[in-house]
Design a protein around this ligand. Structure first.
Ligand SMILES: [Zn+2]
Length: 148
């Protein structure tokens, strides 16, 4: 792989090629999807409980069908990281992650730069999520329980 090819993979993704419905699974179909992996996330292997998502194996935005055989169960965190990257980009991201992990483990100069960058990004992500949740909670109708 050349530097130019890596830069192209890291470039902004193209426009979606799929304008069709993302699909909506029935409860029975969701159960079938979950059984495909024995109730584990197909990316990280974590046991899935209540909050899991049906992932388009061939991403919807890349033309993947809203069909039962194109879904696998995924945890929310993996789905938010997976996005609709192509297989080549997913492999590049995994490779970079493995290299970054080794740099951090070996406390190299690069690893010592990556660690605070990662922590800063995670903090920003948490702040955004907390802010979105607060905004969503403000838009909820008042509950009937505590009010007269
Ligand atoms: Zn996962």
């Amino acid at each position: 792989m050349t530097s130019q090819e890596i830069r192209e993979l890291c470039a902004r993704p193209g426009k979606s090629t799929n304008n069709g419905s993302r699909g909506r699974l029935s409860r029975a179909d969701r159960a079938k999807v979950l059984r495909k992996t024995g109730c584990t996330c197909h990316v990280c292997g974590e046991h899935l409980r209540q909050k899991w998502q049906a992932d388009h194996v061939v991403p919807h935005k890349l033309g993947g069908a809203a069909a039962l055989d194109n879904y696998l169960p995924i945890c929310r965190e993996c789905n938010s990281l997976r996005w609709f990257h192509s297989p080549e980009v997913i492999r590049l991201i995994m490779r970079l992650g493995i290299y970054a992990k080794l740099e951090i483990r070996n406390k190299t100069q690069l690893g010592e730069h990556l660690l605070p960058l990662l922590l800063k990004r995670l903090e920003t992500k948490d702040r955004r999520r907390t802010s979105r949740q607060a905004a969503a909670n403000r838009q909820l109708p008042p509950t009937s329980g505590g009010e007269r």
